[in-house]
Design a binder for this molecule. Structure first.
Ligand code: NDP
Length: 582
């Protein structure tokens, strides 16, 4: 932790990058400076959708400069979109959705707690009253700070990933040495790249087979596990209600895919010998180029698809900024056909199924290089496998998490799942290939206990919320009937829905104890690598930034969604992550 804090405290490239990754979403605020650009020039519904008066300031405002140079590109795309005959039919619905959001989102993003504007219901189930519940969704507009963050990330995030992998490959996992070499002129960017493995067709073939195999498992093998394993929830499941009020169906078969993949991996390692178990680490840098190609291709496809053939136009969100749209996504739940859901597939499959295989490959490499596997490597494999298996065992629950319920699908998820996750979440195993640390029994036991305690808090907290929401409060939490706060919110069709916020069990201790447990587990993975280098501790630094930021972002969104009811909840449960501290 001390190491992590050191990194956090100094403006190293890693920290700046990791922070930058989160910054665009952190600043989900209304763009006051550039609002007039969007409404006057490009917005296809500009005549009906004007930002509030406070958003209208002269174009010459210097804060708009960054946005302006991107403007021609954005306008071209918007124009193609508007003039596409294919899309015209959908525009009506989208305009309606935009109207619904726009009238309320700006004031809500600014923290207004009560809404006095009446929204007539479209389906007659309920109607607006004098004091309305909040409405949720991401901001429609982007401030210049977010824009800068977005552009920096799009340019630099792939290099951050490369930096950490290259540091092991060329500098024995030293984080500072490559940086110092570059600063002192002993190395140049060119020489660093020259020394790195380049793209190879054999890596491309491996990666293509891998992704195709995962698509095949996802699409073609319906789940049977839920029929044979008691307590496991799989098969066709409902997602959460989208901002437009839809409930999508998902085929939950992740556990089955994970099992088939791993059985084949083990069978190959012991019987078939089609490929070496070190195949992943042996092609690690060439594979990095392939994952980047897929990450950018998927994000670009999702971006274009949102303009040309969105799955559900009412759940699209255009901020008026092309970079932000590209990064944070436009479509909420892009799909191909009825079942290929981009979020569920890319979030879970090529990256998280691969996570445990990557670790196994590292383990095999240690065995190959040193003739034995260290206890630290076993600990990392076991603790991370628990986390991955937990994810797939609870995949139906995952449909109710922020990734699926609230984030739109763009580069942030598409590229992040293809590249960031498999490369940076597995840094500990990679480090241990270069530094085969053998831990003392006490150290190993402490790491194991920390990891298991973290997992217990993480899982129990998530389980309590899931149970509470599934049974609508008709359950027992810590042996008692749960206490909760009744709340309501509004979807973009104007319909009002009821919900409940749990205030007992772990949710009565702090508002995000599941994140705290996750952080404890993350720290355990890092501590399993000993204290010799900063490299494996990047993960805890990154996770802290990710989850603290996520916590702030989620609370901002919940406050917009639930208004005064959220305030009641925060009054009842005062702390976010650590009772008495934060
Ligand atoms: P949560 O599961 O905590 O979901 C937050 C949502 O839960 C809120 O938006 C709100 O949604 C609802 N909610 C909040 N408070 C309450 C309450 N008191 N009672 C009932 N519902 C409540 O967050 P995430 O989806 O971010 O995370 C899920 C898990 O995934 C976490 O354990 C996290 O640690 C982990 N995670 C791991 C990551 C990784 O990279 N390893 C990344 C991100 C998450 P609503 O609108 O429905 O009310």
């Amino acid at each position: 932790m001390a190491t992590g804090s050191t990194m956090l405290g100094s403006p190293t490239p890693q920290f700046v990058g990791a922070f930058a990754l989160m910054s665009p979403v952190l600043a989900d605020r209304t763009l006051e400076s550039c609002g007039s650009l969007q409404s006057a020039s490009s917005n296809p519904t500009a005549d009906t959708l004007s930002p509030p008066a406070s958003a209208r300031i002269p174009l010459a405002d210097s804060r708009c400069v960054v946005a302006l140079w991107a403007w021609p590109l954005h306008q071209t795309i918007e124009r193609c979109y508007v003039s596409s005959p294919w899309i015209k039919g959908r525009r009506k619905a989208e305009t309606k959705a935009r109207l619904c959001f726009s009238v309320s989102s700006v004031s809500e993003m600014n923290g207004t707690e009560t809404r006095r504007r009446a929204h007539p219901s479209t389906n007659g189930k309920s109607s607006g009253t004098a004091e309305e519940p909040g409405q949720w969704g991401r901001a429609w507009e982007v401030d210049w700070f977010s824009l800068l963050g977005v552009i920096s990330l799009l340019c630099f995030a792939p290099f951050i990933v490369f930096y950490f992998i290259m540091a092991c490959d060329q500098y024995q996992c030293s984080v500072m040495e490559p940086f110092l070499d570059l600063v002192s002129g002993e190395a140049t960017l060119g020489s660093v790249f020259e020394r790195s493995a380049s793209f190879t067709w054999s890596a491309a073939k491996i990666y293509a087979i891998w992704v195709s195999f995962q698509v095949f498992l996802y699409m073609c093998i319906p789940d049977v596990l839920h029929m044979v394993i008691p307590g496991y929830v799989g098969g066709v499941q409902d997602g959460a209600r989208t901002p437009a009020g839809l409930i999508n169906k998902y085929e939950i078969n992740g556990l089955q895919c994970w099992l088939i993949t791993h059985v084949l991996w083990v069978a190959n390692a012991h019987y078939f010998h089609w490929f070496s178990p070190t195949i992943i680490i042996d092609n690690w840098i060439p594979l990095l180029w392939c994952t980047n190609i897929l990450g950018y291709a998927v994000s670009t496809f999702a971006f274009i698809k949102a303009y040309l053939f969105p799955t559900n136009a009412e759940d699209c969100k255009f901020t008026g900024n092309v970079f932000y749209n590209y990064m944070m996504g436009i479509e909420f739940n892009p799909r191909i056909g009825k079942w290929f859901d981009f979020k569920l597939f890319f979030n879970g499959r090529p990256g998280i199924v691969a996570w445990t295989l990557i670790n196994l490959s590292y383990m095999a490499k240690q065995q190959e290089l040193y003739g034995h596997v260290t206890n630290s490597m076993i600990l990392v494999n076991v603790l991370q496998a628990i986390y991955v298996l937990d994810f797939f065992w609870n995949e139906a629950w995952y449909l109710k998490t922020i990734d699926i319920c609230h984030d739109h699908f763009g580069w942030y998820l598409g590229w992040g799942d293809c590249v960031w996750l498999p490369y940076l979440y597995t840094l500990q195993g990679l480090y241990l290939v270069y530094h085969p640390v053998q831990l003392s029994q006490l150290h190993a036991l402490s790491v194991l206990l920390l990891g298991l305690a973290g997992y217990y808090i993480f899982r129990s907290t998530n389980h309590q919320k899931d149970l509470f929401r599934r049974t609508e409060g008709q359950c027992s939490i810590w042996g008692n009937k749960p206490s909760y706060i009744e709340c309501s919110y509004k979807s973009s069709d104007g319909e009002i829905h009821k919900s409940k916020l749990l205030t007992s069990g772990f949710w009565g201790v702090a508002r995000h104890l599941n994140y705290t447990g996750d952080l404890m587990g993350s720290l355990a993975y890092c501590a399993a690598c000993g204290f010799g280098h900063l490299h494996p501790y990047f993960y805890i630094v990154y996770m802290t930034i990710l989850l603290v930021h996520r916590c702030v972002r989620d609370e901002h969104r919940c406050s917009s969604k639930y208004g005064k009811d959220w305030k009641k909840y925060t009054d009842a449960v005062s702390y976010r992550l650590i009772p008495g501290v934060f």
